[in-house]
Design a protein around this ligand. Structure first.
Ligand SMILES: Cc1cc2nc3c(=O)[nH]c(=O)nc-3n(C[C@H](O)[C@H](O)[C@H](O)COP(=O)(O)OP(=O)(O)OC[C@H]3O[C@@H](n4cnc5c(N)ncnc54)[C@H](O)[C@@H]3O)c2cc1C
Length: 431
């Protein structure tokens, strides 16, 4: 049996949680956003690859990816690293990953569809709330160094076309026409002009300010220590500055990234998220020569599995690596070195004198599909588990969940669409 929902606590203030709070608020819910850090988007949504990439929607549950992964496990420099120490969570997650292979095609098409839909929401929100986030709209260029990898990508293009995503095949010369800064021996690639990139942390911070401006309650520095679903609501125990207190909400949405699994367990749900660690570097393009030599177009290098995004004039973000090592957040020098080397090899005129390293944990479901919807207990909902595509998909899954919850009886307090904020950048709706 469902109960009417008016007050909602969104648990987790990463990009996905902030987006969920915003989408709910616009449908009239009385929203409280709870985040244990002092600021929004300080964990996985802090310094990711920056790509808003429908063209990276291919799920990894494919035999070719698994074979490549096994080969990589033998090489210390490879983009994949698995700590072989036995862990029930890790190996049961991997078994579920293999079991999801029959859904490869369906999940790839569905992810691409969601990614295309997400663009429009993100662009609309940026306009309405006046959020500047170093957005770059020159598309995403996937580069391949071998014919075999290029041929596989051509097959994936057909799946993307089913979802309505167009991308064009290019030879090596064509790649350099799109991004003249590219160097080195390349076979060819694909350009997706409708894809974009931008700074997830700037966007999430701007959207969190909008939630507060529109009357939402934002509880920074508040940790959710316990959840108790009850009749007609959920009791949430919060800890802040050493003190605990109890709050009650008609509904909660769990958007706590890699911590969602533990919170879900308290509500009687199994949300099988594994933390898949990745690394990034942010290169400070301090001098004019570096700024001229750094790529403008967002890149995905298939062989190294590294992505890059230009963040404004002065920064180049490079990200990658999948490390299966539990909830470990250490920044390892030997995993950062290949990212720096990639910049130095492909863009030798870019200075790597000032580089900021970072590591984050992707909240990854075994079938690579986010968990969006209701849990077992009435009033418990999820928007989490976006893995390597939370920035790309978060806006649309927030809208999907909010729409579903609105069907359960919220009062509409605000109009769904508000006029643009003064001074907002003129962004076109992208899809
Ligand atoms: C190296 C790397 C590169 C990536 N590149 C891209 C990319 O190019 N494009 C793309 O689309 N995606 C990319 N991703 C993935 C994307 O960054 C994530 O999917 C996304 O940031 C996840 O957002 P989230 O809000 O679910 O999680 P998070 O950002 O981790 O937010 C969860 C929040 O919940 C809070 N929280 C947890 N537990 C509690 C609690 N008990 N009480 C209160 N608060 C709590 C945390 O403090 C955190 O702020 C990348 C990820 C990595 C690691």
């Amino acid at each position: 049996m469902t109960h009417p929902i008016r007050t909602v606590a969104v648990l987790g203030g990463g990009f996905v949680g902030v987006a969920t709070a915003y989408a709910l608020q616009r449908r009239g819910f009385d929203v409280t956003l709870v985040e244990r850090h002092r600021y929004p988007a300080m964990e996985t949504s802090f310094a990711n690859g920056g790509q808003l990439s429908a063209s990276n929607a291919e799920v990894w549950t494919h035999p070719a990816t698994v074979l490549k992964g096994l080969k990589w496990m033998l090489s210390p420099d490879a983009p994949l690293l698995v700590n072989p120490r036995p862990s029930w969570h890790k190996y049961s997650w991997m078994a579920a990953f293999l079991a999801a292979m029959p859904q490869y095609r369906r999940n790839t098409v569905e992810t691409a569809r969601m990614a295309i839909a997400a663009r429009g929401h993100l662009a609309d929100w940026a306009v309405e709330e006046g959020i500047a986030f170093d957005r770059e709209s020159r598309g995403i260029l996937h580069v391949y160094r071998s014919k075999a990898a290029f041929d596989h990508a051509a097959k994936v293009s057909r799946l993307y076309a089913e979802a309505g995503l167009e991308r064009s095949a290019l030879d090596a010369a064509g790649l350099r026409t799109v991004e003249p800064a590219l160097t080195g021996p390349l076979y060819g690639g694909f350009h997706t002009p409708s894809d974009q990139s931008g700074d997830i942390h700037k966007f999430a911070a701007g959207l969190a300010r909008a939630v507060a401006r529109r009357g939402g309650q934002t509880l920074w520095g508040h940790e959710v220590v316990h959840l108790t679903p009850e009749m007609g609501g959920t009791s949430v125990t919060l800890r802040t500055e050493g003190r605990t207190r109890q709050c009650r909400f008609d509904a909660v949405v769990i958007s706590a990234g890699v911590a969602s699994r533990a919170l879900a367990r308290q509500c009687g749900d199994r949300v099988n998220i594994y933390p898949v660690k990745g690394y990034s570097i942010t290169v400070d393009l301090a001098d004019a020569a570096s700024r001229a030599a750094a790529p403008r177009v967002s890149l995905l290098d298939d062989e190294t599995k590294l992505v890059s995004s230009r963040l404004g004039e002065g920064r180049l973000r490079v990200a990658g690596t999948a490390e299966f090592n539990g909830a470990n957040r250490d920044i390892r020098a030997d995993r950062i070195a290949p990212l720096v080397r990639w910049v130095e090899t492909l863009f030798p005129e870019v200075s790597t004198e000032a580089v900021t390293p970072w590591a984050g944990l992707r909240p990854m479901m075994p079938d690579m599909m986010p968990k969006v919807g209701a849990g077992r207990a009435p009033g418990v909902f999820y928007n989490t588990g976006h893995g390597h595509l939370g920035w790309t998909l978060g806006a649309v899954t927030a809208e999907m969940l909010a729409e579903r919850m609105a069907g359960q009886g919220a009062r509409r307090l605000h109009p769904v669409s508000a006029p643009p904020a003064a001074g907002a950048p003129a962004l076109a709706r992208a899809a």
